[in-house]
Design a protein around this ligand. Structure first.
Ligand SMILES: [Zn+2]
Length: 108
C-alpha cells in the first residue's frame, strides 16, 4: 500500500503535469476568450432553438462574422471533439467553458 508521502508525491507530479498541459493548451488556443465565450452563447441560442444540422454552419458563420481565422480555429475545435455545432457547444464548451480551460487531462 502506498504511504501518505508517496501519495502526496504522486499528486504533486500529476498536478505539475496538469499545469504544464494546461499552459500548453492555453498557449495553443487560436481564439480569444471573449470570442470563444460569445461563440458558446451564440450556439447555445441557435442550436437550442433550431437544433443541429450536423455541420459547423453556425460556427463558421460566427467566425466569419468576426473575421476570425476558420482555417486555424475549425481544426482546433475538432481537437476537442467539435465536429458540428452541437458538439462545439457540448464537447468544446465542456473543456473551455467561459473561455477558460476547465478539464484538460483524459480520464485514466
Ligand atoms: Zn451536432
Amino acid at each position: 500500500m502506498a504511504t501518505k508521502e508517496a501519495k502526496a508525491r504522486r499528486r504533486a507530479i500529476v498536478q505539475g503535469m496538469s499545469d504544464c498541459v494546461r499552459a500548453a493548451q492555453e498557449a495553443a488556443r487560436p481564439i480569444g476568450r471573449e470570442d470563444l465565450r460569445a461563440l458558446f452563447d451564440h450556439l447555445d441560442d441557435v442550436v437550442g432553438r433550431e437544433g443541429c444540422d450536423n455541420t459547423l454552419r453556425r460556427t463558421r458563420a460566427f467566425l466569419q462574422g468576426r473575421s476570425l481565422d476558420q482555417a486555424v480555429i475549425v481544426p482546433w475545435l475538432g481537437e476537442y471533439g467539435g465536429y458540428c455545432d452541437c458538439e462545439v457547444l457540448a464537447n468544446v464548451g465542456e473543456r473551455w467553458r467561459e473561455g477558460h480551460l476547465v478539464a484538460f487531462l483524459p480520464r485514466l
